[in-house]
Design a protein around this ligand. Structure first.
Ligand SMILES: [Zn+2]
Length: 598
């Protein structure tokens, strides 16, 4: 069968069969991104490494071949929680799947099903896969494919190296005719090379999908009244979401404050009892509208596709971390929002940390911070900055970030920046922005008079028209390290001040747009739709009855498609994207009944 797939005569036939199966099982009419390329290689028996961003549909790349080819696909996965999610989703579309882990008490039954050829997918952890017992088991059945999920765990260069992954190559070598598919969402060039070498995959077998997540709308704004800003985003964005905060305290405080949104809110951080953490996570996964306020401890191993927003209450650690954390939004491909609120003090704090960094790591850490500065400070496309950071050459405008949707007025502010820096210098690099503003705008209050700052040449040199710009200019100067704060909260010059004062470097600031940025223009917004709401209620009831999260029944996009097409029969229902044969049979009538009410 595999050899045949290689001949040209059969290419069209195979493509047609693949599409039929895609539609029958998953209810989709087309592959996304590089899925088709990856699956074509797998079906042809070739060894492949697929580097695909989160949400690009990685698991479909082995699930579909597993359904079509005789025998069982062995899936190596590092987390039991992830495996259980996958099995639940596979069950829902009628794929025969099971896990073989220490948490399962039906292991003998699962092994019997494997021997009998009664499983499409068998999920195991790497430590079990590496045992002689497991190798013996595999000889007693038919293995059609090895799929290694989170394949970067095989590399010491990767961020979560798992030594057990090194034992997978010998296992797979014992079955030389079985194709291998390694999958990862995050891998730099170094790690990719290592994965290829460790798992015996040829360089030509690497398929890299772009880093772009077009359905995520990126928005970044200075923090003003952080809690209110966050609450506003939550109020305007239906669906479940994550708010990342810096510390345990910030997490607890924000979670309490965000209750005013009327949404269920839970905190999540490493200091909560394990049982509480587990409960909060489970509630979040099953919820359609919960807000999880969490430290970055939250997110690993969560496979919730319908997260509609990720909000950063402060500056993330790096662009890589930002990409990974925002990447948890919109994995179902539906519109989602990534909103960051940052403050100049975030940069101040980050620079203070740099003081403790080993000297050899210092240049890298500085570059990391500068890249973040460029992302928050740009008046151009956010997506373009992100993608360029990952080595891609994106178009200048994406049309789905804050700056593309409503371009912020950009103002040349070099002269004003020079005035501000001069005033900081002449007052002795000891005063906060309020005092500096009063000096520059000529307000002789007691303190100004007492310090004789009304006699300085910088007194009153900023007119009332420019005065409102002092705050944004100060913020821009702090981002680029031309201004720093003293231990007492006063302002002092930073290393980048000199070039600006000498006129060698220009300064521009982005002003907040006149209208609020959030509005109907956002692709994340959907107008209220009673049919969609009724379908959601039906989905919730079915999910509760089956004890699964709602997205396992149908994704939001499927319900929206259904609300628009309004099928009147099971045959029409089968045309809705995301409705495969199994789900049509299981849920079709229930949703038709809802639609009949409209
Ligand atoms: Zn853009």
């Amino acid at each position: 069968m595999m050899k045949k797939a290689r001949s040209r005569r059969n290419d069209h036939f195979v493509t047609g069969v693949l599409h039929d199966q895609l539609h029958a099982t998953f209810g989709y009419t087309a592959f996304r991104g590089v899925q088709a390329d990856v699956i074509a290689r797998v079906m042809a028996g070739a060894r492949t490494l697929a580097v695909m961003p989160t949400g690009a549909g990685k698991s479909l790349c082995y699930q579909l071949p597993a359904v079509m080819l005789p025998g069982t696909c062995i899936v190596i996965s590092p987390l039991i929680a992830l495996m259980q999610d996958q099995v639940r989703a596979a069950d829902a579309v009628g794929i025969r799947a099971a896990t073989l882990t220490s948490a399962d008490d039906n292991r003998a039954d699962t092994m019997a099903r494997f021997r009998a050829g009664d499983l499409d997918l068998l999920y195991v952890a790497p430590e079990r896969a590496a045992t002689p017992d497991f190798r013996d088991l595999l000889r007693q059945g038919k293995v059609t494919l090895f799929a290694i999920d989170e394949a970067h765990c095989v590399s010491e260069w990767g961020h979560d190296f798992r030594p057990d992954y090194r034992l997978l190559a010998p296992l797979m070598d014992a079955f030389p005719d079985v194709p291998r598919l390694a999958l990862t969402a995050t891998a730099d060039a170094h790690t990719r090379g290592d994965i290829l070498a460790q798992l015996g995959i040829p360089v030509a077998g690497m398929i890299v999908s772009g880093f772009d997540r077009p359905n995520i709308c990126y928005a970044i704004a200075p923090r003003d009244n952080g809690t209110k800003q966050i609450a506003d985003v939550i109020r305007a964005t239906p669906g479940a979401g994550i708010v990342y905060a810096r510390s345990r305290d910030a997490t607890e405080r924000l979670a309490a404050a965000l209750a005013i949104t009327g949404r269920p809110v839970r905190p999540y951080h490493a200091w909560l009892e394990a049982e509480v953490r587990r409960r909060h996570q489970a509630e979040f996964v099953a919820s359609e509208d919960m807000v999880m306020v969490a430290t970055i401890a939250f997110g690993m191993g969560i496979d919730k596709p319908d997260v509609r927003f990720v909000i950063h209450a402060g500056l993330p650690k790096s662009i890589e971390a930002y990409y990974q954390e925002t990447g948890r939004a919109g994995r179902d491909g539906d519109p989602a929002i990534a909103q960051m609120f940052w403050g100049a003090e975030d940069f101040v704090r980050a620079r203070q940390w740099l003081a403790d960094v080993e000297p050899r790591r210092l240049p890298g850490e500085r570059a990391r911070l500068a890249a973040l500065g460029a992302l928050v400070d740009t008046g151009g496309c956010r997506r373009a900055v992100l993608l360029r950071h990952f080595g891609e050459t994106p178009p200048d405008m994406c049309g789905n970030c804050d700056n593309c949707l409503i371009p912020p007025p950009t103002l040349a502010a070099t002269e004003l920046a020079q005035k501000l820096l001069s005033a900081v210098y002449r007052t002795g690099q000891n005063y906060g922005l309020g005092h500096i503003e009063r000096v520059l705008t000529g307000q002789a209050d007691d303190r100004v008079v007492q310090q004789q700052h009304d006699r300085l040449s910088v007194f009153g040199i900023v007119g009332s028209d420019e005065a409102p710009l002092l705050k944004p200019v100060a913020r821009a100067l702090m981002v680029r390290d031309a201004l720093r704060t003293t231990a007492h909260g006063g302002l002092m010059l930073g290393p980048e001040a000199r070039a600006i004062l000498k006129g060698e470097q220009a300064v521009a600031v982005q002003l907040p747009p006149a209208r609020p940025r959030r509005g109907r223009a956002r692709s994340g917004d959907h107008p209220p739709d009673p049919i969609f709401d009724a379908l959601r209620a039906c989905r919730r009831a079915l999910a509760d009855a089956a004890g699964v999260p709602p997205y396992v029944i149908f994704h939001d996009a499927t319900l929206r498609d259904m609300a628009q097409i309004r099928p009147r029969s099971l045959r029409d229902m089968a045309l809705v994207s995301g409705v495969g044969e199994r789900k049509l049979e299981a849920y079709g009538e229930a949703f038709l009944a809802v639609l009949k009410q409209f």
